[in-house]
Design a protein around this ligand. Structure first.
Ligand SMILES: [Zn+2]
Length: 141
C-alpha cells in the first residue's frame, strides 16, 4: 500500500500496531532510520510526560480513524432506517398539516423536496442531522 515514505504519523501508528508493516521500512533506508529513531524515542521516553503524549496522540488518532470509518459505514447501515423514518415523518406531517388553517395546501412543500430534505439528513450522520426532522415537526404544529 505504501509506495511513498511513511509519515511520522504512520510510524507512530505502527508503534501502536495500527499500521501494518508493508516492506517499505525494510527497503527504505530513510524510513527505517526514522522508524528506528521513533522506536528508540518511544523506548527511551521520559517516564510520564513524553510517553503519555505519544500514547494520547495515538489514541486520539485511533478515535478519529474509528469515527471516520463509522461515518463511512453509518449511511449504508442506517439509510433504510432513516428512509423508513422519513416516510413516517412525511405521513405524520401530511396528517397534521391539513388541520392547520394557516397552511393553504398540504403540498406546500412538495413531496420531492421533503424527501430530499429527509435524505440529506439521513446521509449526514452528525448529531445535527436530527434538527431538520425536529424543525419539520415544529413547522407543522
Ligand atoms: Zn521511505
Amino acid at each position: 500500500m505504501h509506495d511513498k515514505h511513511w509519515t511520522d504519523e504512520e510510524l507512530l501508528l505502527r508503534l501502536f500496531d495500527v499500521e501494518q508493516p508493508d516492506g517499505h521500512l525494510e527497503t527504505c533506508l530513510d524510513c527505517s532510520r526514522r522508524w528506528e529513531a521513533m522506536q528508540s524515542r518511544y523506548e527511551n521516553r521520559p517516564a510520564i510526560s513524553g510517553g503519555a503524549i505519544e500514547g494520547r496522540l495515538a489514541a486520539q488518532r485511533l478515535k478519529i480513524r474509528a469515527r471516520l470509518e463509522n461515518k463511512r459505514k453509518l449511511p449504508s447501515m442506517f439509510a433504510p432506517a432513516f428512509a423508513a423514518m422519513a416516510v413516517i415523518v412525511l405521513i405524520a406531517a401530511l396528517a397534521i398539516i391539513p388541520k392547520q388553517p394557516r397552511q393553504p395546501e398540504p403540498q406546500a412543500m412538495s413531496e420531492d423536496e421533503m424527501f430530499e430534505d429527509m435524505f440529506r439528513a439521513a446521509f449526514n450522520v452528525e448529531p445535527e442531522a436530527i434538527e431538520p426532522v425536529q424543525s419539520l415537526f415544529e413547522e407543522s404544529q
